[in-house]
Write a protein that binds this ligand. Sequence first.
Ligand code: GAR
Length: 197
Amino acid sequence: MSRRVAILLSGSGSNMVALVESMVGDHPARPCVVLSNVRQAGGLEKAEARGIPTGVVDHRPFRGDREGFEALLQEALAVHAPDIICLAGFMRVLTESFVAPWQGRMINIHPSLLPRYRGLNTHARALEAGDSEAGCTVHEVTAALDDGPILGQARVPVLPGDSAQSLAARVLAKEHILYPAVLRRFAAGDRTPVMLG
Ligand code: GAR
């Protein structure tokens, strides 16, 4: 039986599209819902256009009450009974009480070669450091931010004259290859890291 995949996003959803488009044919998983904390997130329309149920759990009314937000998110997820959660540009930090029951079943893509540059502004930080390569990482989500066992990485060169934007675009193109490759393995129960480039 296919594994059911919930995808959480906050933005344009290009990784969500790459994941959804990969889950066809003999793939061991299928998307079951796309949820966002941002009503205007471009990814929601893209999911709807692909016939995937969507939902919004707005974090803003829960200022200072992260667990209240997460309780609602958990409820919205439960309706769709996912086996796996993919964070795909989901820009909220999740607490241990949300993460714990999903540990081993929740994965995230991060736009750096972890353990370098956890958190935000990864591309600007890689440029500032004078790095000669950059990339992206898919990892299991644990309570520690952008931590957890690494399931795959893809590398790109940093080119002369790169801006944070040009580097982000080069990395994003690799994210679209890496994340589906990792999900396919992960959904089949294989945690061997996928190393690209
Ligand atoms: C991606 O670059 C993803 O790695 C990053 O947000 C972007 C979402 O783009 N995620 C994080 O920074 C998580 N900390 P998308 O909405 O087009 O997939």
